[in-house]
Design a protein around this ligand. Structure first.
Ligand code: NAD
Length: 391
């Protein structure tokens, strides 16, 4: 069938098999060799955004064997699979074509069953891992001990906020009003997006002797600037991310020798998860324009390559903040960048947003998350929605 984007709010309900595969291939091909990287890597949340970029960097840049876990929708009837479903199939095919070991598991990473399945697969096929990347972004978590289903809420804390936001599809800048979270909503967000599950993973792997002597684990956070603080850093998500900092310290306390656990603060980018956060699309559109104008823009894969090269491996300077986090967000948070973003933010409206921001390329980037708007892909060609083409 011919697959077209079908956009509903902040998500696209279709995904393009050939487009997804072409993007995975593009990132695979641009990876530069990285000496001293990991040999065996487990990526949780490996099918999109920062997790997929981490898996590609580990495999294509470092030659690592990778096990990726994600929770995606397979195609059914006339419904396409989710983008991550195609990305993962494309990844496995491209890795196999290059003689790189890869194995992918689709299921709920929060569950004990998937933890056991992953540990069995690692024990049988991989051996101890050098790197665990924790890159899950989920709106819900069923707690493996209580069975309770927790839902996260993206809300401010304490008081309501009024802020502007951008619909990247229509280009409309509107006011949005958000009521503060209740204590229960805040607690649920911490249960879903906090660090407990990261700890459970490290414990499960350690219990099976699956952590190598040089084992490192990294979980991703976003700190951002004053412009996004009300909805992010000082909101429910920020509270959950604070819990990641707690978990990193707790995990470090249980590791030995050279082993390490860090939270890495990354830049804002366009992914399925980030476009769902109010205010962020406006911020990212302006930010991208300013970063590009000043010649310091990094794509998602370039950003993760820098994480590997300068913070996790290689001989670069590793920047740790007071909370012990790896800081990759220095470019985004630089005072020149932020004051220019703030200046444009203050005057942004529907009439001038095309000039003030990089709306058009953020819109295209959003479509690319689902395999659309990819150069060189024929969108009039028939697609087999049950597989990806060999690349
Ligand atoms: P994403 O939506 O692109 O990817 C999320 C991944 O999690 C997918 O692979 C999905 O399949 C997987 N997943 C979700 N629920 C799962 C479950 N129950 N079991 C197994 N897999 C599951 O997200 P992203 O934007 O790349 O975010 C990844 C991490 O990076 C998050 O912790 C996020 O807070 C952080 N981060 C994101 C940004 C940004 O701007 N996107 C910036 C800084 C930090």
């Amino acid at each position: 069938m011919i697959v077209r984007p079908r956009i509903r709010g902040f998500i696209c309900t279709t995904a393009h098999p050939t487009g997804c595969a072409a993007l995975v291939k593009r990132d695979f091909e641009r990876a530069e060799p990285l000496e001293g990287g990991p040999r065996n890597v487990l990526v949780l949340g490996a099918s999109g955004g920062y997790g997929l970029a981490s898996r590609i960097t580990a495999a294509a840049g470092c030659g690592a064997a990778t096990l990726g876990v994600s929770f995606e929708k397979a195609p059914a009837g006339k419904r396409t699979g989710s983008a991550g479903w195609y990305n993962t199939r494309a990844f496995d095919a491209i890795a196999a074509g290059r003689g790189l070991k890869s194995h992918s598991i689709d299921g709920d990473a929060f569950s004990d069953e998937i933890k056991s399945e992953v540990c069995d697969a690692l024990a049988d096929q991989f051996g101890p891992i050098d790197l665990l990347v924790y890159s899950l972004a989920s709106p819900v978590r069923q707690h493996p001990r209580t069975g309770e289903l927790h839902r996260s809420a993206i809300k401010p804390l304490g008081a309501p906020i009024d802020s502007r936001t951008l619909d990247i599809h229509t280009g409309e800048v509107t006011e949005t009003h958000l009521e503060p979270a209740t204590d229960e909503e805040t607690q649920n967000t911490v249960v879903v997006m906090g660090g407990e599950d990261w700890e459970f993973w490290v414990d499960a792997l350690a219990a099976r002797n699956l952590l190598s002597e040089r084992f490192q684990t990294v979980a991703y956070t976003y700190l951002g600037s004053e412009l996004t603080w009300p909805i992010y850093h000082k909101g429910t998500l920020g509270r959950a991310k604070e819990d990641l900092d707690r978990a990193a310290e707790a995990i470090r306390g249980r590791l030995q020798g050279e082993q390490d656990a860090r939270v890495a603060a990354l830049m804002a980018t366009v992914t399925q998860a980030s476009t769902a956060i109010p205010v962020v699309p406006l911020y990212v559109s302006i930010l991208f324009k300013v970063l590009k104008t000043q010649g310091v823009f990094e794509s998602t894969i370039e950003h993760i390559e820098r994480l590997f090269r300068t913070a996790l491996y290689g001989s670069g300077d590793r920047e740790l903040d007071d909370a012990g986090r790896l800081r990759l967000d220095g470019i985004e948070l630089g005072s020149e960048i932020q004051s220019e973003v703030a200046r444009r933010w203050a005057g942004a409206c529907t009439e001038n947003i095309d000039d003030l921001s990089d709306l058009e390329s953020v819109r295209a980037e959003f479509l690319r998350v689902f395999g659309f708007a990819v150069d060189g892909v024929d969108y009039e060609a028939e697609q087999d929605i049950f597989d990806v083409p060999r690349m």
